[in-house]
Design a protein around this ligand. Structure first.
Ligand SMILES: *[C@@H]1O[C@H](CO)[C@@H](O)[C@H](O)[C@H]1NC(C)=O
Ligand SMILES: *[C@@H]1O[C@H](CO)[C@@H](O)[C@H](O)[C@H]1NC(C)=O
Ligand SMILES: *[C@@H]1O[C@H](CO)[C@@H](O)[C@H](O)[C@H]1NC(C)=O
Ligand SMILES: *[C@@H]1O[C@H](CO)[C@@H](O)[C@H](O)[C@H]1NC(C)=O
Length: 459
């Protein structure tokens, strides 16, 4: 009897030892996994490829229109109504007669998108730690080239291209600073590796609304939600801070001529400052230049055309306006209001606005829809219910031919048909005032080309 009880004791002890060893082992394994994760050896948010490698045309990169419309963004439409399981099954499509391409690759929420000044690239960043640079020529051709950049242990929130198209700047979420990425070219002139070059030494700790670089290459601007604009030199030294007295900001930009920075906010004006430099390019000062002020409520957004001679504004007062800013503000000339349009009555909350390079088209994004105008017509083209949430960004391509609309999940590129119609009207007005017959002939040719283009798009 005694021996069996001691045998029992021994086997009980053995069981306890084995159990506790198993527990220790499990703890060790999970601990080790965390360490590896921390060291980045295992990539949890698994970028499929090595850092900064170029991806060649793989179907999965940019699906063609058919495929693209199947999945995420239209899923977004169904998000509210359906469960996660249903979403992968439901394949309702977003289609539009003017849709050119749907760019999707980000797995996280996209926070910003911009064209490069030369119109060759489109870049976007998301909270999945990725930045994508798309090659416009390729996606217009149904091909699918983009370059992925991984932002390690962080993600980019806002971005802008340098004026020479050889670099871009991003604001980093965790580091709270600005990082410069250089875009190398291959021997055949195509885009090569994209690598981080350096971080700005100073932090920019408040929430950045927009970042921009002057076309002169002399300064970088960051505009924050709280009413401050900071001006940096391109190495990241803070030159000055402007307290804009706007209560809070809704938008900020550098003018394409590089002379001005502007912001809108709680007040009903867009305020514009000139950033001045000495002849030897030493920063001097910022001075109040002019303001756009005939709205009666908060301005949500504004934009310049490519030579800063036109601006457009959109306000909570239910209107949007076109301005002539080809003025000599030093002689106390004020911007001239050219025309006011009423916004759609269906608008809710704030809106985004962009003006095309030639100053002839305006796109307004409100909630999940976009409205495209030209400056000669009262009415607009509509792209409705693109997404459930708010549209993140809208921008015309520098060639005026396309409009990119960025939702949280993907980027849609459309033909700017409304803008082409405006361009034709503009040419027809120009032909009337053309002084020589050769000039008239040239404009006539342009009109014919544009009409042919329009006929092929506007079926
Ligand atoms: C599309 O590809 C063809 C053939 O490679 C090329 O000739 C054409 O210029 C491309 N079009 C655009 C818009 O890039
Ligand atoms: C791209 O694909 C669409 C649909 O498949 C087609 O209609 C269009 O002509 C193609 N565009 C080019 C430039 O190949
Ligand atoms: C800006 O400030 C005003 C006044 O304090 C406030 O009513 C408004 O909601 C603020 N807007 C944003 C976008 O924070
Ligand atoms: C602005 O755009 C127009 C038309 O698209 C173009 O002719 C002109 O050269 C551009 N100007 C600048 C400064 O980029």
């Amino acid at each position: 009897m005694e021996s069996t009880s001691s045998n029992n004791n021994v086997s009980q002890a053995l069981v306890i030892i084995i159990l506790s060893m198993t527990v220790v082992l499990i703890l060790l394994v999970s601990y080790a996994k965390n360490i590896l994760l921390f060291l980045g050896i295992i990539k949890q948010h698994g970028p499929q490829d090595d850092d900064k490698t170029e991806k060649d045309s793989s179907k999965s990169e940019i699906p063609d229109n058919k495929e693209a419309t199947k999945s995420k963004d239209t899923n977004q439409l169904n998000k509210m109504a359906t469960s996660k399981k249903d979403r992968t099954v439901s394949k309702s499509k977003f289609t539009h007669e003017h849709l050119v391409a749907t760019l999707k690759s980000h797995t996280g929420i996209i926070s910003d998108m911009h064209f490069s000044p030369n119109g060759k690239y489109l870049a976007s960043c998301a909270d999945d730690r990725s930045i994508y640079v798309w090659i416009i020529k390729d996606f217009l051709n149904n091909s699918s080239k983009s370059i992925r950049v991984n932002v390690d242990y962080d993600h980019a929130t806002k971005l802008c291209f340098s004026p020479d198209n050889k670099a871009f700047l991003v604001t980093l979420f965790s580091e709270e600073t600005i990082r410069v990425y250089k875009m190398a070219k291959k021997e055949d002139g195509t885009l090569g590796k994209i690598q981080s070059a350096f971080d700005f030494p100073e932090k920019c700790p408040h929430e950045v609304l927009t970042i921009g670089i002057a076309s002169t290459g002399l300064y970088v601007m960051t505009c924050y939600k709280n009413p401050i604009i900071k001006i940096w030199d391109i190495k990241g030294t803070l030159l000055t801070s402007i307290d804009t007295l706007q209560m809070n900001h809704t938008h900020g930009r550098v003018s394409p001529c590089g002379r001005f920075v502007a912001c809108s906010g709680f007040t009903s004006e867009v305020k514009v400052w000139e950033v001045t430099f000495s002849k030897t390019n030493e920063f001097k000062e910022t001075t109040k230049a002019f303001q756009l002020g005939s709205h009666t409520s908060t301005i949500y957004s504004f934009d310049f055309n490519n030579d800063s001679t036109r601006m457009a504004t959109i306000s909570k007062d239910g209107t949007w306006k076109l301005w002539d800013t080809n003025i000599d503000y030093k002689r106390r000339q004020d911007p001239k209001l050219l025309r006011t349009w009423n916004c759609q009555s269906s608008f809710v909350g704030s809106s985004l606005l962009c003006l095309s390079a030639n100053g002839l088209s305006v796109a307004i994004a409100n909630h999940g829809s976009v409205y495209i105008y030209n400056v000669y017509d009262e009415d607009c083209d509509r792209i409705e219910d693109l997404c459930i949430g708010d549209i993140v960004a809208v921008e015309f391509s520098p060639s005026n031919a396309h409009l990119a609309v960025c939702t949280e999940k993907s980027i849609f590129v459309f033909h700017n048909v409304k803008g082409l119609k405006g361009f034709i009207k503009d040419l027809k007005l120009k032909i009337q005032s053309a002084s020589t017959t050769s000039m008239k002939e040239r404009i006539k040719e342009q009109i014919n080309t544009a009409m042919t283009q329009l006929a092929s798009l506007d079926k």
